[in-house]
Design a protein around this ligand. Sequence first.
Ligand SMILES: Cc1cc2nc3c(=O)[nH]c(=O)nc-3n(C[C@H](O)[C@H](O)[C@H](O)COP(=O)(O)OP(=O)(O)OC[C@H]3O[C@@H](n4cnc5c(N)ncnc54)[C@H](O)[C@@H]3O)c2cc1C
Length: 333
Amino acid sequence: MPGTGFNKGYSMSMTVLAIAEQKDGKLSSISYELITAAQKIGGELITVILAENADSLAADLASHGAGKVLAVTTPALKYFNDEIYAAVVSGLIRKYNPKLVIGPATSYGKSLMGRLAALNDAAMASDIVNLHADGDRVIVSRPAYGGNVIFDLSGAEDKIFFATIRPKIFDESKEGTGEGEVVSESPDDAVFQSKTVVQEMVVESGSSVNITEADTIVAAGRGIRGKENLPMIQELADSLGAAVGASRAIVDADWIAYRHQVGQTGKTVNPKLYITAGISGAIQHLVGMQTSKTIVAINRDKEAPIFKVATYGIVGDIFEIVPALTKRIQAGG
Ligand SMILES: Cc1cc2nc3c(=O)[nH]c(=O)nc-3n(C[C@H](O)[C@H](O)[C@H](O)COP(=O)(O)OP(=O)(O)OC[C@H]3O[C@@H](n4cnc5c(N)ncnc54)[C@H](O)[C@@H]3O)c2cc1C
């Protein structure tokens, strides 16, 4: 389509509704990734932000190319309550009639989007890594079998479709890439009725960086020998501004909390840099991290399976290499 500014396959008529995520009044990085993902469809983009004070967040999104930004501000949205959030967004879906609704594949998005799809009697694809429009259809790609297969799913032509976007796949949209209109939406009081009342949110102590959002992760395995050696890993992570990940072996041994676990029964991560220290590379671990952009593995066994997926491998003792790396990084490279 010369001259239209759209590549072949883009839909000029399809409306995409993106549901941004905020925590403690701050936009999560995935919110900007959703904008980039939605722009791949090429139709009208509407972004929704729900918060106790959504106005400044909406202005921020609008300046990042989020299209028309719907801001819903009320104290009832202070804490995430999927029942209330889903009722509010469902009202907006009825009003704006999007073809595709996307949200983040985070705890927030997973809880909200499944409920929304059910309320709207629609299909949903979770954890997608790509999407495009093909005429009036939305085609999304998602991994299966531990990331060994990527397959395409399509929404029905005449139905709304829901999808959650895997974090760290799409680039964050940049500031200054748009000046969208901000619209304040005020749903009826009835949608704020819920059987659940969230009294407070307590942040787990020690959870400095969330592994699913981190650009860099230093992950520890059984090779660290005991809980007392975790500070060595934490120090390397701190020197890089990284989050600490873990194999299931050390979670099961109670050396570190479950929220750090990467893998089949833990979290799927996709950072720019994933460093492993004393992790063998069992398939159940690999499925959670093998899409990381750069993988650096440190293991004293040169036959360890982790080296098959590593970009750079260091065969050696973590008790020598990890402190040496930390020292080097702290000294500025
Ligand atoms: C259904 C199921 C689900 C599972 N889900 C997960 C999951 O989500 N995530 C996960 O991680 N695992 C999972 N597992 C467990 C998985 O199979 C492995 O047991 C686990 O990942 C092993 O953890 P590890 O690599 O830390 O330990 P190990 O396999 O014991 O490896 C330790 C490694 O450290 C190296 N090492 C030891 N000392 C040193 C040293 N001083 N210097 C350098 N290297 C050293 C060794 O050479 C070895 O390679 C699952 C298993 C099952 C059956």
